[in-house]
Design a protein around this ligand. Sequence first.
Ligand code: AMP
Ligand code: MN
Ligand code: MN
Ligand code: MN
Length: 320
Amino acid sequence: MTPSTPSGCDRQALLTVSAWPACQNQAVNLAATLNADLHCHSTISDGTLTPEALAARAHAAGVQLWSLTDHDEIGGQQRAIDAALALGLPYLTGTEISVTFAGRVVHIVGLGFDHTAPELIEGLRATRGGREARAREMAASLAAAGIPGAFEGALKYVGNPDLISRTHFARFLVDGGHCSDVPEVFRRFLTEGKPGFVAHKWASLKDAVGWITRAGGAAVIAHPGRYDFTPTEEYALITEFVAHGGRGIEVVTGSHTPAEFTEYADIAREFDLLASRGSDFHCPEESRVDLGTLPPLPDSLTPVWAALADRIHRPTTVGG
Ligand code: AMP
Ligand code: MN
Ligand code: MN
Ligand code: MN
């Protein structure tokens, strides 16, 4: 059977398309109203649940298409694929790449790529390579502000020694009684001008989009409402992203307000971008939005999963 991709208006599409990689097909609902959750984090980056526990939580919450998008890391992808398929849950490979654009940090989600692609693996390895040195500088900055031992403290929360992040420092600062919760940490520490902040050069936009695209996936701008860009800067980000081959934008994310769902739906239509949806779930105690609980995409958008139909890992049998 020839793979087919429904248009944005084909909202009730229930298609059986040739599976990738080759396996017995199971029909996957590709409608825009699908409960897809294509953004979350495991212990392989800065989440607190394993890929297997996330798969179970997504499945229990009624997620119909899932992706694990660890920061700068795809070491959890095979575990996520195996866990999802064992539950009968369709799966798209995922990652969230840290990018420096116009001197600021932008996150680019990759979906539906070949997770064995050497160029993507090497690009992500290089991107996360500077994290340990950065973490030691962050700890030195916190020590100068009267908080010693932060490197060793943060390491206690790290699941993957290659991926020490600000989130792990935040958990150390909360559990050590320096702040009452993670949002307070990011108000008082770890952000520009505050103790513990260390500027860092991440991947370029061109490289991040290229690695994902050449591995067969779609690049998506993560939580665009979270960047402090002027309209001109945002326009520059989107046009450069598209020029490099970027295809989608997160519209419904745990980082957006309902007003931003509408705002970025309009931007997706204006720039002819595919729309994505994901909770950005990290931790049951910390995350405001749980897996699978966001509203559906607004009307008349083309969901990113419709364009990635042939990249979905499909269960061979209908799961319970
Ligand atoms: P890093 O990649 O080490 O710079 O860490 C970035 C991570 O810190 C993000 O992916 C979030 O998980 C977390 N983070 C950043 N800003 C905030 C914030 N204001 N509130 C809560 N978590 C945040
Ligand atoms: Mn994170
Ligand atoms: Mn992000
Ligand atoms: Mn994220």
